[in-house]
Write a protein that binds this ligand. Structure first.
Ligand SMILES: C[S@@+](CC[C@H](N)C(=O)[O-])C[C@H]1O[C@@H](n2cnc3c(N)ncnc32)[C@H](O)[C@@H]1O
Length: 279
């Protein structure tokens, strides 16, 4: 990453189609800057060794989208966009022999190391782009991602093909993203976040740019149908699509997610899929 991008200021918002490299570079810049605040604000909600799928608080121990946790015992799991590795530590606690976390942000991985040292559960991590995974074909029994990478990547179909490549036949994939319907609404937790502003069908990414037009933050949009086609186009079959409801006892406001909106519209979509045996 170039230092000048790290120091650049956001000058305008664009709606356009960014390239893969541009998206990875923007995510790296944004998460290097935000990692400390993100972990300080959300670390307690996420837990050090818990697998939380999103702001609603649904956990993998309740949802079981990667299957029976007992089946993970002895397995090798990849977590994409692992941040501070909270999900990976939970998977290790279920008996997964190896969990590898990749993240484009080194600062996020520093937080993973910090929690490793505090908990004594050390994860293997690597700074890498989800769009170009540094692993052999069929290297993992399962791949997961809780809001890691997929909400930001412009070409979801290509990213899912890359993910499917490293999954062994019969292996499971589960990942969460902002629910596509949220794209229509302002990203605000209050009443103003309940009025439709943008077209659900407008696939142009949201891009924050500096004065030279360089991307500093990229968020991408796929409709529900786009996600389904990207999953099946990657040779996987969809086993579930979970839209967690907002629990009455969750009073947390997380960015544009809130109890007010959570009662009315879905905030998170979690896709679960399998790679066919013999693929
Ligand atoms: C919202 S955070 C989620 C982190 C973690 N899964 C959690 O639940 O806290 C998104 C993470 O995805 C990472 N990320 C974004 N784009 C990525 C990419 N192209 N490749 C790998 N990681 C990426 C970010 O650096 C960040 O750590």
């Amino acid at each position: 990453m170039t230092d000048d991008l790290m120091d650049a200021a956001v000058e305008r918002i664009a709606r356009r189609a960014p390239g893969a490299g541009e998206s990875a570079s923007a995510s790296r810049v944004w998460w290097e800057r935000e990692a400390d605040d993100y972990q300080a604000e959300h670390g307690a909600f996420l837990g050090d060794a818990e697998f939380v799928w999103g702001p609603e608080g649904l956990t993998e121990s309740a949802a079981r989208l990667l299957g029976d946790p007992a089946d993970l015992a002895g397995g090798r799991v990849l977590e994409i966009g692992c941040g501070a590795g909270q999900c990976g530590r939970w998977l290790r606690g279920q008996g997964a022999t190896e969990v590898v976390g990749i993240d484009v942000s080194l600062r996020q991985l520093h937080h993973s190391r910090r929690i490793d040292e505090a908990t004594g559960c050390r994860l293997a991590t690597a700074q890498a782009d989800a769009q170009l995974l540094p692993f052999a074909d069929a290297a993992f029994d399962a791949v997961c991602s809780s809001y890691g990478a997929f909400p930001f990547i412009p070409d979801a179909a290509a990213a899912l093909r890359e993910t499917a490549r490293v999954l062994r036949p019969g292996g499971r994939l589960a990942f969460s993203v902002s629910h596509p319907v949220r794209w229509c609404f302002p990203d605000s937790p209050g009443e103003e976040g309940l009025r439709v502003r943008d077209s659900y069908f407008d696939r142009r990414a949201y891009v924050e740019e500096d004065e030279q037009g360089r991307a500093l933050y990229v968020e991408s949009h796929q409709t529900v149908g786009d996600w389904v086609r990207a999953i099946s186009g990657a040779g996987l079959f969809l086993t579930d699509l979970v839209e967690p409801e907002w629990p009455a006892d969750n009073t947390e406001v997380w960015g544009g997610w809130s109890p007010l909106r959570g009662k009315l519209i879905p905030g998170t979509a979690i896709f679960a899929a399998r790679k066919p045996e013999g693929a």
